[in-house]
Design a protein around this ligand. Structure first.
Ligand code: ADP
Ligand code: ADP
Length: 237
């Protein structure tokens, strides 16, 4: 599914943020990336969809090297990667339904979401997803009228509208209270199993990672220092 080979990133400042990371994900699982601030977690996740340009290395997603793609192929590859952010990135003035449907476009645009006529099967899929993430009946609410947990559920539904091969979640619970954070992590775990889509989650809360991830990858100063199941973490830490 995903095969990261010797991935390195040196920023223009000279900062080496990633130093030869190797990681294979060969089954649907929740992989939590942990590490202290500045360890390279965000750089790692952003390299995978090339929001950050890797300096060297390969990122094979279902056999295709994302690092080598030109602009046009990168755009279609990104449609196969569902991205979920800390700050949700919803279009505030659009409804829940419009935000979820925008996942089919592969990008978020107020104009395009309003203008494009989505086929009936997309609308049906969006209703099903809203139901699945616990937002049945919320389709006509405006995004800016939702709580943080509800917004993140919309973000997850939108990402799944892409029918992604991989989910990337960048600190998805950092703006949420502990109880809501656990609910969101549980939902992500269930969806990964149901849809057989692996997820990589940046998370600074180690306890949350331990209780909800199938696998923990620890980064320190741009190097991979731990890669095992959560129950092994106590021995290593
Ligand atoms: P790249 O090497 O991927 O092109 P850049 O080095 O151009 O990235 O950095 C992108 C932007 O981020 C620049 O404006 C840079 O000043 C800024 N930046 C520099 N240091 C940091 C940092 N520690 N954290 C976040 N952004 C930073
Ligand atoms: P984490 O997500 O684990 O906190 P980051 O990936 O954000 O770590 O950052 C890793 C290192 O790279 C840090 O030292 C950070 O300051 C630096 N860094 C991040 N973004 C940039 C940038 N755009 N330009 C220069 N340095 C950066």
């Amino acid at each position: 599914m995903l095969d990261v080979q010797c991935l390195s990133k040196v920023y223009k400042t000279g900062k080496r943020a990633l130093n030869g990371i190797d990681m294979i994900i060969d089954r649907p699982q929740v992989v939590a990336i942990i590490g202290s601030s500045g360890a390279g977690k965000s750089t790692f996740i952003r390299c995978i969809n090339r929001l950050v340009e890797p300096t060297s290395g390969r990122i094979l997603l279902n056999g295709k090297d994302i690092v080598a793609l030109d602009r046009k192929d990168l755009r279609s590859a990104r449609r196969r990667i569902g991205m979920i952010f800390q700050e949700y990135n919803l279009v505030e003035r659009l409804t829940v339904m419009q935000n979820v449907l925008s996942g089919r476009l592969g990008y978020v645009s107020l104009f395009a979401s309003l203008r494009y006529r989505f086929p009936a099967e997309d609308i049906r899929a969006a209703f099903e997803l809203l139901d699945r993430v616990g937002l049945a009946g919320y389709q006509d609410r405006r995004a800016d009228a939702l709580s943080g947990g509800q917004r993140q559920r919309v973000g997850i539904a939108r990402a799944l509208m892409q029918r992604p091969d991989l989910l990337l979640l960048d600190e998805p619970t950092a703006s949420l209270d502990p109880k809501t954070s656990r609910q969101i992590m549980r939902l992500v775990g269930e969806l990964v199993a149901e849809r057989k889509t692996p997820a990589i989650i940046n998370i600074h809360d180690v306890a949350l990672a331990k209780s909800h991830a199938d696998r923990i990858v620890g980064l320190s100063e741009g190097a991979l220092v731990f890669d095992d199941t959560p129950d092994q973490l106590t021995d290593a830490a």
